[in-house]
Design a protein around this ligand. Structure first.
Ligand code: NAI
Ligand code: MG
Length: 350
């Protein structure tokens, strides 16, 4: 039987609660569709750092590389310097495995209370494609005399033609399979070097996809439109930092951060891709069995789709949608369903 080796990194905080539910739902979908998920667990993260002095062992990336995909919770703990988790785990994996696409669906499901007035499930259904390997988050820069009165700090953004072309082509290709529309969310009127170049390269790629409607929108206007007119979006193509911020806003308009799923994707499949909910380790609610596991569960649907198991992915999405219609919803959505109950309810529907 077809077997997929999945590296499972629960991480920290609620990662230990949501990922087991996500994994059992994914295994249920595998059983139903005649393939096997073989999980291998790695205790990497801020907890690991407290014991071992790093977020993963020296050969951690080599180890992860020998898997078909990575299922990831979130990393970060209040007692650990919060500049470390991204640099020593998340960005490290995203860069080493050339996961240059960050795929974040924004979809309002029936049964979930929408914070936007007069908007229903048909109005909110788009994908944020965030460039995931360069831009504002390359972490190139430094602090000069930070303790002095004349202290200063510099972060440099890096945008390359190759990096922009590949994320643009991915986005236009995706739009072709969706509603045929790409909105480039930018700020080239003020970032007149980096984002003007970003716009220029995207505009050069656009004619290769003449059947796709292409528009440019500044991020300030886009933020307002996420709230006022979310129905105008199909594929939102944007930079690393803008995408990070807008996709949490996307999570909010679909009902809450706990519902958002994502994939860090290497489209060429040369390296494993990594799938994770959009939220963090939520230390404020960790250990209480109240975290919403839906974002993690829907991330496994993205994972199985990427692995070519479209039917299993569809089963997970259908079961999740059916569950959301009837609840009980989790506490963040105003319900009383526990993490475990919700996972079991979705699994039972599969
Ligand atoms: P967060 O996403 O962990 O939490 C923000 C708020 O949303 C909290 O009130 C939390 O209780 C709530 N929330 C998040 N996920 C939820 C869920 N599944 N169900 C119900 N409520 C949920 O973001 P925050 O507080 O800014 O960061 C906490 C830690 O997570 C930090 O150390 C941060 O660096 C880390 N982090 C890690 C990420 C990753 O590993 N990819 C991504 C974002 C944050
Ligand atoms: Mg974020």
């Amino acid at each position: 039987m077809k077997t997929y080796k999945i590296a499972v990194v629960e991480g920290d905080g609620i990662g230990h609660e949501i990922i087991p539910q996500a994994l059992s739902v994914a295994k249920g979908a595998a059983d139903k569709n005649g393939f096997i998920i073989e999980p291998c667990f790695f205790p990497f993260g801020a907890g690991y750092y407290l014991v071992h002095g790093d977020f993963m062992p020296e050969d951690g990336l080599e180890t992860l590389k020998n898997h078909d995909a990575i299922l990831f919770g979130a990393v970060g703990l209040p007692q650990v310097d919060d500049t470390l988790p991204a640099r020593h785990f998340t960005f490290k994996v995203r860069n080493a495995f050339s996961q240059y696409v960050n795929y974040r669906p924004v979809k309002l499901y029936e049964g979930v209370p929408c914070p936007l007035k007069n908007k229903g499930p048909g109005d909110i259904d788009f994908v944020v494609i965030r460039e995931n390997n360069e831009g504002e988050f390359v972490q190139s820069g430094g602090q000069i005399r930070p303790d002095d009165i004349d202290g200063m700090a510099i972060d440099t953004s890096v945008f390359t033609r190759r990096g922009i072309e590949r994320i643009a082509r991915y986005s236009f290709g995706l739009a072709r399979r969706r509603k045929g529309k790409v909105t480039n969310v930018t700020k080239s009127n003020t970032l007149i070097n980096s984002l003007a170049y970003w716009d220029r390269v995207i505009a050069e790629v656009a004619p290769e996809f003449g059947d796709v409607n292409y528009k440019k929108m500044y991020v300030d206007a886009a933020a307002a439109n996420f709230v006022l007119r979310p129905e105008i979006f199909d594929v939102v193509l944007t930079t690393n930092m803008i995408g990070d911020i807008l996709s949490d806003l996307g999570g909010a308009i679909m009902g809450g951060l706990g519902l958002g799923s994502s994939g860090n994707i290497n489209p060429e499949k040369k390296y494993p891709s990594m799938f994770e909910p959009i939220h963090g380790s939520a230390p404020d609610i960790a250990g209480k069995n109240i975290a919403n596991p839906v974002g993690a569960i829907l991330s496994t649907a993205l994972m199985l789709e990427h692995l070519g198991e479209k039917e299993a992915a569809g089963d997970i999405r259908t079961a999740t949608q059916e569950y959301l219609k009837t609840g009980p919803l989790s506490k963040d959505l105003g319900g009383s369903g526990s993490t475990q109950e919700i996972g079991e309810s979705i699994l039972a529907r599969i």
